[in-house]
Design a protein around this ligand. Structure first.
Ligand SMILES: NC(=O)c1ccc[n+]([C@@H]2O[C@H](COP(=O)([O-])OP(=O)(O)OC[C@H]3O[C@@H](n4cnc5c(N)ncnc54)[C@H](OP(=O)(O)O)[C@@H]3O)[C@@H](O)[C@H]2O)c1
Length: 294
């Protein structure tokens, strides 16, 4: 297929490389143009502006947040103004439910199709085409994206006809992951302060009742206090909890844990955690317990 990829950060770079590897014709655009170079060396075309990445069948966006997606989607030279009728905007960023609804309406008005397909999996999974993809949109549009999903992920979970449902599901997943990180951090602070070896403790957890990848991955990062370089940066984690709370507010769903997590991220960012992995909220409990400085 003829595909544009807009956003060549940690996730978009791996996705674009895998689309190329699968034989698709890929045109890439990034705000910071130098990030396109390695992909051009692999056979991608470089777009000088957003519109140049929107000439094909599908344009993928994999951008940081709502502001970034709004910035490329709307406006006279934006994605919506540039995409041909019937073409698909495949939105893979973790964005708000509200923006997903706005995009659905704007693309429908322009005679285009919109699929929301946010992902689970960190940059290593994106590079290895091992992402889990949560896809929602009109069935014909989701089906048309199948060859792309197959090139970038290990499994796709269709979630319904309404794109924003995929965004809500993704946010709920990150809320759960952040909850696990916070809980691990508190449990490790407790046993760690008493002198129990954190790695042995983690081995016990992940060999018995807590065998899920989320405990294994984040338990290791917390036990080893390995928060740099960030695979998923703290400001993006903060954004996801903010968006979870916004969706919860709209739906009138009280989520007391999410409010605590929001505060945890604020604490982390207020103490200079901008460049850390989001799992660094998992060391706040130890610091609150007097083990090391924030
Ligand atoms: N990393 C993960 O583990 C992970 C996992 C699942 C989902 N996600 C989601 O995937 C998305 C991308 O994450 P990432 O880790 O790839 O982030 P990243 O490495 O920080 O990359 C962010 C991308 O967005 C672009 N961008 C940021 N602000 C922009 C703006 N105002 N206008 C235009 N472009 C802008 C950046 O361009 P520049 O290069 O010019 O800065 C870059 O291409 C996010 O929504 C994130 O929540 C991430």
């Amino acid at each position: 297929m003829k595909v544009g990829v807009i956003g060549l950060g940690q996730m978009g770079t791996g996705i674009a490389a895998n689309l190329l590897r699968a034989g698709h014709e890929v045109t890439v655009y990034n705000r910071t143009p130098s990030k396109a170079r390695p992909l051009v060396e692999k056979g991608a075309y470089a777009a000088a502006q957003v519109a140049d990445a929107c000439r094909g069948d599908v344009v993928v966006t994999m951008l940081a947040d709502d502001a970034a997606v709004e910035g490329v989607a709307f406006g006279e030279t934006g994605l919506i103004a540039s995409l041909r009728k019937g073409a698909i905007h495949l939105s893979m960023s973790t964005i708000s439910v509200a923006l997903s609804e706005r995009l659905t309406a704007a693309h429908a008005n322009a005679g285009q199709r919109f699929v929301a397909a946010p992902v689970f999996g960190r940059p290593e999974a994106a590079a290895a085409a091992r992402l889990f993809i949560v896809a929602a949109g009109a069935p014909d549009a989701v089906a048309a994206c199948t060859p792309l999903f197959e090139a970038m992920g290990q499994r796709t979970f269709p979630i319904g006809d309404e794109p924003q449902a995929a965004n809500l599901v993704k946010l709920s997943g990150n809320f759960l992951t952040a909850s696990a990180i916070e809980a691990l951090g508190e449990a490790m602070a407790l046993v760690g302060k008493a002198g129990v070896d954190r790695r042995r403790y983690l081995d016990l957890l992940t060999s018995t009742l807590f065998t899920a990848p989320v405990y294994e991955l984040y338990g290791r990062l917390i036990a080893e206090q390995r928060f740099e370089p960030p695979g998923f940066a703290a400001p993006l984690g903060h954004k996801d909890i903010r968006l979870t709370l916004a969706a919860a507010e709209t739906l009138r769903v009280p989520m007391p844990f999410a409010a605590v997590l929001h505060d945890r991220f604020l604490t982390l960012l207020a103490h200079g955690g901008e460049a850390l992995d989001w799992s660094a909220i998992g060391q706040l409990a130890a610091k609150d317990a007097g083990q090391g400085e924030r």
